[in-house]
Design a protein around this ligand. Structure first.
Ligand SMILES: C[S@@+](CC[C@H](N)C(=O)[O-])C[C@H]1O[C@@H](n2cnc3c(N)ncnc32)[C@H](O)[C@@H]1O
Length: 510
């Protein structure tokens, strides 16, 4: 594979690393890559997963929930994948969200989030408390992001499809933590995805560097004083890594680097011609040594770069922290948010207008009837119910007003209210625990019906198999939460010994 590396890339790495280190680096391209999965601790405790894991797992040293699995295993082809018990993720890619040190209750932004690997990691750390705003400016990639958050059963996420400059007014100084998993030239992925090599050219490095500069400046404005930004790339070029951080520190003296000691150090010595300009301050040069490099020849993972930046509280006289760009007018604004000034809380919010600019009213009764019949707990209690047309969402509390932004999901999608009926969403099923449903069916993963359910088939299910509390729910007939080994995978409708399959076509086992 070393022969396929772009010659310009080889020459550059040789210049940066020096002959001896370069040989080691080069040899990594002829070694097997590592495979990883990360346990969804939002759904299952790590110890419980390890007890039932069908895979031989070995811990990834830098991520508490991360594990290596062996080549040849197919974790994407197991019912537990469909239950959202883990995310398949390249081991080095688990480092940035871990370094963000997210705590339950925080307000977190994942600025370049699709397809959502790191968003799901952050969500698990929030444990359903606080706010997770995830954004990606690519509309097609956002679809995968939504699906992964739903699969993970995330209840407190808002999904945006925005250009970050349009988010600045709304989120000025709002977030405690921001992850910028920046678009980059992808040099660190050459071993994993060979076609990235064909796309690589010297000028792409410069193009990405320009985007990264903007993203860093925008994130700085949306971060609260005392907050943390983690900046990461999966590339080696110093233009996209150390140079970005050095330039950022010189423009934003209120920020400092929090040193990462777990990995190899960043390279101040690479801030030089012909790769980078040389005129950074001594403070900035020194600080980039505290950023981190994950090298494929030094650990079991692909190439990554990570910097942890903390925003101080001080105001430095004469320094421009950047002005807020105005938001554009006349863009999508038909999202009704019940948050922000004047909003009514919880259930009240849903009684409001169905859609901005329209006076249609959505009756809550069918949802209430569904809750009474099917839900044991109050899963929406800490959230605000909002309606977008006929679609009901449970939105995290304390969100600023989102008018004018392209909101793909204002929160946890609960279901559709139309023609006097409530149809629960697949996302609702995935976000529930089995104990929260008054009517459930738990199939063993070894039961052939588990796979047949995931393939969309109708199942024969005896009335005695429908789990219900006879004091509360006597009837077996109607919606029931279908689980595999007690982990929800979707809805079914039981009647007279048959379970009608409500598993969505786009999610089915193929
Ligand atoms: C490295 S990928 C993110 C991977 C993701 N964090 C994960 O772990 O699954 C970078 C993403 O940034 C998005 N992107 C590129 N430019 C952007 C911008 N200006 N604002 C927001 N997202 C952007 C791309 O569409 C791409 O999905």
């Amino acid at each position: 594979m070393t022969k396929q590396l772009p010659p310009l890339f080889r020459d550059k790495m040789m210049d940066l690393l020096g002959e001896e280190e370069f040989e080691l680096f080069l040899s990594s391209y002829d070694q097997a890559r590592s495979y990883g999965l990360r346990v969804n601790t939002g759904k299952i405790a790590k110890a419980d997963f390890l007890e039932k894991s069908p895979f031989a797992l070995e811990p990834v040293p830098w991520t508490s929930e991360g594990f290596y699995y062996e080549e040849g295993e197919r974790p994407g082809k197991h019912p537990y994948y469909h239950a959202g018990l883990y995310y398949i993720q390249e081991p080095s890619a688990m480092a940035p969200a871990e370094l963000l040190q997210v705590q339950p209750g925080e307000k977190v932004l994942d600025l370049c989030a699709a397809p959502g690997g790191k968003s799901t990691q952050i969500a698990a750390k929030l444990q359903g408390e606080g706010v997770l705003v995830v954004n990606d400016n690519h509309s097609d990639r956002v679809k995968a992001l939504v699906k992964n958050l739903e699969l993970f059963g995330v209840r407190n996420a808002v999904v945006l499809n925005e250009r970050p400059e349009r988010m600045l007014n709304v989120f000025q100084g709002y977030f405690d933590k921001i992850l910028i998993d920046a678009p980059c030239s992808g040099e660190g992925m050459f071993r994993k995805e060979e076609d990235m090599m064909q796309q690589w050219e010297r000028h792409t490095v410069q193009e990405f560097a320009e985007m990264q500069r903007e993203l860093l400046g925008q994130a700085a404005q949306m971060l609260a004083p005392g907050g943390t930004i983690v900046y990461s790339t999966c590339t080696f070029s110093p233009e996209e890594n150390e140079a970005q951080i050095a330039e950022f520190l010189d423009k934003h003296p209120v920020f400092e680097v929090v040193p990462v000691t777990r990995f190899e150090a960043g390279h101040p010595d690479w801030l030089r011609e012909p790769w980078c300009e040389g005129d950074y301050s001594p403070r900035a040069r020194e600080a980039v040594a505290g950023t981190a490099r994950l090298w494929p020849h030094r650990l079991r993972g692909e190439g990554h770069y990570v910097a942890v930046l903390r925003k101080g509280y001080g105001v430095v006289a004469g320094m421009d922290e950047g002005t807020v760009a105005g938001t554009e007018k006349g863009t999508v604004a038909d999202f009704v948010s019940a948050s922000g000034a004047g909003a009514r809380s919880g259930r009240e919010a849903l009684r409001g207008k169905g859609r901005a600019g329209s006076d249609s009213r959505v009756s809550l009764e069918p949802l209430q009837a569904f809750e009474n019949e099917l839900l044991r707990s109050e899963p929406f209690a800490e959230l605000r119910l909002v309606c977008y047309g006929e679609h009901a969402y449970a939105s995290p509390a304390n969100l600023p007003e989102l008018h004018g932004l392209k909101v793909v999901r204002p929160g946890w999608y609960i279901g559709a209210l139309h023609r006097g009926r409530f149809e629960p969403s697949h996302a609702l099923a995935m976000g529930l625990r089995m104990r929260e449903a008054k009517r459930a069916l738990s199939l063993a993963s070894s039961d052939e019906r588990a796979l047949r359910y995931l393939k969309g088939e109708t199942l024969e299910v005896a009335e005695s198999e429908i789990i219900r509390d006879p004091e509360v729910t006597k009837a077996a007939k109607g919606y029931c939460l279908v689980c595999i080994d007690e982990h929800p995978v979707g809805w079914g409708k039981w009647l007279d010994g048959m379970l009608k399959n409500e598993y969505p076509p786009g999610w089915r086992w193929t």
